[in-house]
Design a protein around this ligand. Structure first.
Ligand code: ZN
Length: 181
């Protein structure tokens, strides 16, 4: 019998206790304001109002920005942050975004959290929590799972009130005018 104890997968995992010192920078806040503008334009086009921006963390240079397109494009992956990550990778000719910050106005879903991990996004700053589909904090904590090889500590709640109001108003209006899908 092996006298050594099996390795504890949670030992020395800093993310077992999510850091609380991660704070948004003034650039994050400015980018979130711009992402909320993208979300508003999405709402005008009949899309769920979510906007996203990928910028280079050290320089603040915007690499990509997007809003939800799922309804009009009829594509299940038409989520703002999914499109922004894809476009940022195309812009720099690399699939790795370690040096980048993703700004998004709603907590990412399972699909988008998976893409954040696969693209090695360096930082995530999001606005409102999504209690129905959020995979960063609400339903799952995929980005802090010690079993995965890329982990980041999400920064949440930046301009959350504005984003929540935008979403609430959108769904309130949609209930008044029922439509397919
Ligand atoms: Zn998503």
């Amino acid at each position: 019998m092996n006298p050594r104890r099996p390795p504890n997968p949670y030992r020395l995992r800093r993310t077992a206790h999510p850091a609380t010192d991660a704070a948004p920078t003034p650039t994050d806040a400015a980018m979130m304001r711009a992402a909320l503008d993208l979300a508003r334009s999405a709402a005008d086009a009949g899309e769920v109002p979510v906007g996203a921006i990928v910028y280079e963390t050290s320089t603040g240079k915007v690499l990509a920005q997007a809003a939800n397109t799922r309804a009009n494009a009829r594509e299940p992956h038409g989520h703002a942050e999914f499109l922004a990550i894809r476009d940022a990778c195309n812009a720099i000719g690399d699939w790795r975004l370690n040096h980048c910050t993703l700004i998004v106005t709603l907590e990412p879903c399972i699909m988008c959290a998976g893409l954040i991990i696969n693209a090695r996004v360096g930082r995530l700053v999001y606005s409102a929590d999504d209690p129905k589909a959020g995979a960063v904090r609400s339903l799952y904590r995929l980005l802090e799972d010690p079993r995965l090889n890329h982990r980041i500590t999400p920064i949440r709640g930046v301009l959350a009130h504005e984003s929540s109001e935008l979403l609430r108003e959108f769904f309130r209006a949609r209930r008044r005018t029922p439509q397919r899908g």
